[in-house]
Design a protein around this ligand. Structure first.
Ligand code: DQA
Length: 147
């Protein structure tokens, strides 16, 4: 069965209480449950993980090679700074959807830059927690027919 790794970066463990006016009140556990349900509908296997550490995220992307068919990555603030995560995706050669709860382009200037977008198949942002379901649908389609 096609397997997707859904990886979450720094501070996303605090979803639910972290700046709810920006990120909503849905917790990361709620999002994982929502992803599990969407994956069942799509006939996908998923693994769901979070780390606050850049190195741990790099390691998980390396390990995804040969284990998972696709990566959905909300890299949090590392999106805007991490050449290491960009290089990990290129090195692992794994199709990646970049994801954000908020619309990073409607926020501060420093959030408009994304190192992940340079190596991603596509980007989903601004749809809150529902973006995870959208990303799973986009990844399923991409793995099926390359679009
Ligand atoms: C975020 C957007 C980032 O700019 C921010 O640093 C986050 C969350 C989002 O999901 O909207 O931590 O990735």
């Amino acid at each position: 069965m096609t397997s997707i790794l859904i990886l979450n970066g720094p501070n996303l463990n605090l979803l639910g209480t972290r700046q709810p006016e920006v990120y909503g009140t849905t917790t990361l556990a709620d999002i994982e449950a929502q992803c599990t349900e969407a994956a069942q509908t799509l006939g996908l296997d998923i693994a769901f993980a979070q780390s606050n550490s850049e190195g741990a995220l790099v390691d998980m992307i390396h390990d995804a090679r040969g284990t998972h068919d696709g990566l959905i990555l909300n890299a949090g603030a590392y999106t805007h700074t991490s050449i290491a995560l960009m290089d990990a995706i290129s090195s692992a050669e794994i199709p990646t959807v970049e994801l954000h709860l908020s619309n990073i382009h409607a926020r501060e200037e420093f959030r408009h830059t994304s190192y992940i977008a340079k190596v991603a198949v596509g980007v989903i942002c601004g749809f809150g927690a529902h973006g995870y379901t959208l990303a799973l649908h986009a990844m399923a389609r991409h793995l099926e027919d390359g679009r």
